[in-house]
Design a protein around this ligand. Sequence first.
Ligand SMILES: Cc1cc2nc3c(=O)[nH]c(=O)nc-3n(C[C@H](O)[C@H](O)[C@H](O)COP(=O)(O)O)c2cc1C
Length: 287
Amino acid sequence: MTTVSIVYHSGMGHTKKMAEAVAKGSGDVDGVEVNLIAIDGEDITGGRWKNDDVLMQLDASDGIIFGSPTYMGGTSGQMECFFDATAERWLAQSWRDKVAGGFSVSGGPSGDKFNTLVRFATLAMQQGMIWVGLGMIPNEDGLNRLSFYFGAGGQAMQEPPEEAPHNGKDGFFRSVMSAEVVDGPIIVTHTHNDKANAIAYPLASRLAGQDAAGLGGPTDRYGAIGANGAQHTQNANAGPLLAVGATGYDFDAGNLYNLKADQFIKDHGDVDGEQVAFAILSAVAST
Ligand SMILES: Cc1cc2nc3c(=O)[nH]c(=O)nc-3n(C[C@H](O)[C@H](O)[C@H](O)COP(=O)(O)O)c2cc1C
């Protein structure tokens, strides 16, 4: 049996979610036993972290994966206090040749979390451990979307951890579709030429005191349908708004179609073009 310990700190729960995913991934490998260990501020007194049970669990592990949110461009204070407490292990070199890896969550897509991953690796090097990077090319499913290779990089802002990453959370149209209140297909035109939807709406949300990253993009909590299409919606399909008479629409009842309209819709009020009418007629014709 190989033992992997995931040792992390999480202030608001986002890193905890990632730690749980890392634990699940590790535990899914045959012959691997996982310890999921949270670093607790309660174990810090006078700036010194102490918990011998945790250290002994780590001593008995074959691999240790470190996790921390990125706070002010680096590891959280709680994690740093824990790191200080591993100095005895450094002196004895008792973690030598254990495998090490790491992950961090920050509010920004970068948010300087690379620095946090490098911090983990530096500790691992001091302990004589063997650092393993992520080794994952970003893919279409959104895995390694932020392109970190040194370790795993996640992004979450001030939304509750249950909502970030969205993980299939319902978008507005999902309930419309599951309640089957519309018989035919639903079509949505969207374009970032619609500056009111792409910029003004998310900006106004922030002026109301909300977060500020990923302004107006598809991952923006306040991204508008007119700019990005309907997000987090079951049975959503993506395609272009077509020219009048073009073939290519394949609308089915019960499905939603986000039609990217950059070519034809030029601003917020520009929704009465013949291409929009043609898309509506094509949707009607398919029912
Ligand atoms: C004190 C503090 C400092 C932060 N510093 C950064 C930062 O430097 N870069 C960044 O992108 N996000 C920063 N954030 C945002 C957090 O990294 C982000 O909300 C993360 O999801 C928090 O993880 P947690 O829920 O596990 O605590 C900071 C948040 C706090 C509370």
